[in-house]
Design a protein. Structure first.
Length: 396
């Protein structure tokens, strides 16, 4: 197979497993490819997306938090990316061992090669979603890789021959055991890196031949609405068709810029208004941002239209992700507020932070800078006409 043919095959397989997993798993099951073949054709190229995106982000944008930007040295960033990549390549095989080991315990058939295929192809969503690490403020969308749990759930009966009514609990145990194994492996790798809860439950288990419903709980993450995953899959397929026809366009950058207010509460005047857009292969994105105020008392307000990528963003409605941490004066939260996926970082001592929300499963509205409280940050986000953005997401 030529390099171009291999590239085309990778693109087709990736699209198929993400957009039509029910149809694609039987195709994968019938293939006679080896573990080495899957590593070479699928795992090695896709697993590189996250490390490469993170490396580029670190070099170009740095890590910004509470008004402070840190850019690691080239060698440090490169070393971290390489170690992360190697970890991922090894982790896929470890997950395959877990899947294969558990198969007989759920009336399935142990098969190392098929277990590896299941681990590799179900991880596709996480690897593709890692591209969001490339864009500052959109890293939160990497959680859309949780769609891979749904792919795993669908693939178990096909690849491991486990009864459909045991696929849910099989998925749960894989996640739990895999998480524990991952923690142990991470601790073993900790020296190398320095050099550079409860079991989930399911309800309303349906046959894989029909529609899915109910929620799947994931330790330390939250729950996933299986029915909404079905809906999201259809939206992604629709977006794919739009992209093929060249109609998956984004809102014009100037229209987004017009939605940024001329001033913010507290007499903060708008300055440094910027907007940009791009389109590749019929899929477009656009962005507008403005800074308000001056110096340490300024904030930046940004609206990003994910365009065709909004098909992936639609997965966010299926994830009831809830997390919160407190480190001294710094609070970090991820969850849904008013039904919208939201991430928050705030330092009560510095009165500085970031508030980011996904609107209409398509737009990302974010404010970053000085504010007296988390509620103050939220009020700045709400100076953008959220309802208008939601209407635009449905009509355009």
């Amino acid at each position: 197979m030529s390099e171009q043919q291999a590239r085309n095959a990778l693109v087709q397989r990736t699209k198929a497993i993400l957009l039509k997993p029910r149809e694609e798993w039987p195709v994968i099951d019938a293939e006679t490819t080896s573990i080495a073949d899957v590593y070479k054709s699928h795992v090695i190229p896709l697993a590189a997306i996250g490390p490469v995106a993170t490396f580029i982000n670190a070099m170009v944008f740095g890590t910004s938090f509470l008004g402070i930007t840190h850019r690691p040295s080239f060698f440090s960033a490169l070393t971290s990316a390489v170690v992360s990549y190697i970890f991922t390549l090894i982790a896929v095989f470890l997950m395959a061992l877990v899947i294969d080991f558990l198969a007989p315990r759920f009336d399935g058939t142990a098969n190392r090669t098929k277990a590896f295929k299941l681990a590799a192809y179900s991880a596709t969503a996480a690897w593709v979603a890692a591209i969001f690490q490339l864009i500052p403020g959109l890293g939160m969308l990497a959680i859309l890789g949780l769609y891979g749990l749904y792919l795993l759930y669908l693939g178990i009966p096909v690849m491991m021959k486990a009864p459909e009514d045991k696929a849910t609990i099989y998925t749960v145990v894989i996640v739990v055991v895999g998480a524990v194994a991952g923690m142990i492996f991470s601790m073993l790798l900790a020296p190398l890196m320095l050099m550079s809860s409860s079991v989930p439950s399911f309800s309303d288990n349906d046959s894989l031949s029909g529609s899915l419903s109910g929620e799947m709980s994931v330790p330390g993450v939250g729950s996933i609405d299986l029915g909404k995953l079905e809906e999201a899959g259809k939206k992604m397929a629709a977006v794919n068709e739009k992209a093929k026809s060249g109609k998956a366009t984004a809102i014009a950058p100037k229209r987004l810029a017009a939605m940024l207010p001329e001033s913010l509460p507290g007499g903060l005047a708008r300055s440094n208004l910027k907007s940009s857009g791009s389109s590749v292969g019929g899929m477009g994105t656009s962005k507008a941002s403005a800074r308000y105020g001056e110096g340490n008392d300024s904030v930046e307000l940004t609206i990003t239209d994910l365009g065709a990528v909004g098909g992936l963003a639609s997965l966010g409605s299926a994830f009831n992700v809830e997390s919160e941490s407190q480190d001294g004066s710094v609070t970090e939260r991820t969850g849904k507020i008013d039904g919208r996926l939201t991430t928050i970082r705030f330092d009560s001592d510095r009165q500085d932070g970031r508030y980011s929300v996904i609107v209409g499963e398509r737009f990302n509205v974010e404010v970053d800078g000085k504010a007296g409280s988390i509620e103050a940050l939220r009020s700045l986000v709400n100076t953008v006409d959220i309802r208008k953005l939601e209407a635009m997401s449905q009509s355009e």
